[in-house]
Design a protein around this ligand. Structure first.
Ligand SMILES: [Zn+2]
Length: 461
């Protein structure tokens, strides 16, 4: 072993392979070269990082987000999903590339600060003449240095077609398919170690036509990219599907070719028994977003049953407007508590929560060969959590990480590059990233007000 970076004196929870009480990790370029227990071998020329008091885990993988929503947090605080969407669509219609860039900078910075190294984003509102919104969030992710899987979202079923969104925020089918193909051709990098992969992501069964769902799946499979959408988030959605399509949401998606190993869906809260079996049998992944589901009173996903059935489950924070300031690490805790509240104390262990937050997410994104665990040859995406100080009274560091409040982050490394150190962003100015989010918020409200829409009205029951 020579050169690279050597992390020493660190507890390691690699997710795959045995846990190590005190050991070392050697990073070479963007890969993990080796790791082991005890004293590190001689490594001439290596930059040394003292991991005393820290737990090393794989970087967390965020499988569902809407970064633009950073600009509209704290609105419609007591609304159901459909009420919340209806209150917000018109405000979001006012966004432009500057709003998206600022919101994405803050949102991605916040994710990095909570131990996230790979994130998706699902962007599905593209008002005309407002700049290149997709490019804006990609630029923010490149500046931050996070591994990014942006999903080119879309909606083509406005209110006049029986959909939920107002007609102003939907696009035409041909334009959507052309713009999605162009986004893939421009940005998608399928090579090993890729920092950016694009997915195709019509928004949901209640905002998208059957034709768009079908054509989007064909496009994604032609281009060799993955498919993402919202599914089974609320009982309102199930009712809407039964009324409009005459079947359940999962039946509907199966008919349209939307179950498979190249698909992951957000939420999957209201799955029937046969849906869980179909998800497991087809390799369809689910992004479990417990904070958002709790915030919107959507229900609790059947995660422990899904895992027992062999289904693929990852974690997501969901958009910031439905999970205000939620750290990704906190989703491990919320997942654990929600499952136990529903099924009892054996429903989900701390290690299972860590696994869905890392390897489960990697499987949702089809990248389990590269990320999601600390193993030689995998990408050097990892987090050093401070589990000393107050947390040191908990002897098991994985318990300290998952059961308690999110511990401070000593270091977040993506592809061998330090993105966060001692709780501060290192790739972009830390304070400016937070300010960019506040500026985006004010800009969005000003743009919306100029179009006659405000977010001051709350939904009252
Ligand atoms: Zn969502």
């Amino acid at each position: 072993m020579t050169g690279g970076t050597l992390i020493e004196n660190v507890a390691i929870a690699p997710v795959v392979g045995p846990e190590i009480g005190r050991g070392w990790i050697h990073l070479d370029g963007d890969r993990i070269a080796a790791l082991g227990a005890g004293q590190a071998p001689e490594t001439p020329g290596a930059a040394r990082v003292d991991g005393t008091g820290c737990l090393a885990t794989p970087g967390l993988v965020n499988t569902h987000h809407h970064l633009y929503q950073w600009a509209s947090q704290g609105v419609a605080q007591d609304a159901t999903l459909f009420e919340w969407l209806t209150a917000l669509y018109q405000v979001w219609a006012a966004m432009d590339a500057e709003v998206v860039k600022g919101a994405a900078t803050a949102g991605l910075g916040w994710l990095a600060l909570s131990g996230c190294t790979t994130t998706t984003d699902h962007h599905y509102i593209f008002p005309k003449g407002r700049g290149d919104l997709f490019a804006a969030e990609i630029e923010a992710a490149r500046d931050l240095g996070l591994r990014f899987h942006p999903c080119r979202g879309s909606m083509d079923r406005g209110a006049s077609q029986g959909g939920l969104p107002p007609d102003e925020v939907v696009e035409g089918l041909d334009r959507i398919l052309a713009a999605t193909a162009e986004a893939i051709d421009t940005y998608h990098d399928p090579s090993p170690g890729s920092m950016l992969r694009v997915a195709v992501a019509p928004c949901s069964p209640f905002s998208v036509s059957a034709e768009l769902m079908t054509e989007a799946a064909a496009l994604a499979r032609d281009k060799g990219v993955r498919l993402h959408t919202h599914l089974c988030e609320t009982l309102d959605e199930e009712e809407h599907c039964r009324e409009q399509m005459g079947c359940t949401p999962v039946d509907y998606m199966e008919k349209l070719g939307w179950l498979g190993p190249d698909v992951w869906v957000a939420h999957a809260v209201h799955l029937h028994d046969r849906d869980i079996r179909r998800f497991a049998d087809t390799g369809t992944g689910s992004a479990h977003c417990p904070s958002s589901n709790g915030r919107l009173g959507a229900g609790i996903a059947r995660v422990s049953e899904m895992l027992r059935a062999g289904a693929v489950v990852g974690l997501g924070v969901d958009g910031s407007a439905s999970s205000e300031l939620t750290p990704l690490a906190g989703e491990m805790r919320q997942a654990l508590l929600f499952q136990r509240a529903r099924y009892g104390p054996a429903a989900l262990t701390a290690r299972q929560a860590l696994e869905i937050g890392t390897l489960g997410g990697a499987r949702c994104l089809g990248r389990e060969d590269e990320i999601g665990s600390l193993e030689p040859g995998k990408l050097a995406d990892l987090v050093l959590w401070r589990v000393d100080g107050f947390a040191s009274a908990v002897e098991d560091p994985v318990c300290a990480l998952v059961f308690g409040a999110t511990p401070p982050v000593a270091r977040v490394i993506v592809g061998g590059r330090t993105v966060v150190e001692d709780g501060e962003l290192r790739t972009v100015p830390h304070d400016a990233a937070g300010r960019a989010g506040a500026d985006a918020h004010h800009r969005l409200l000003t743009l919306a007000a100029a179009r006659g829409h405000t977010v001051t009205q709350e939904v009252h029951h």
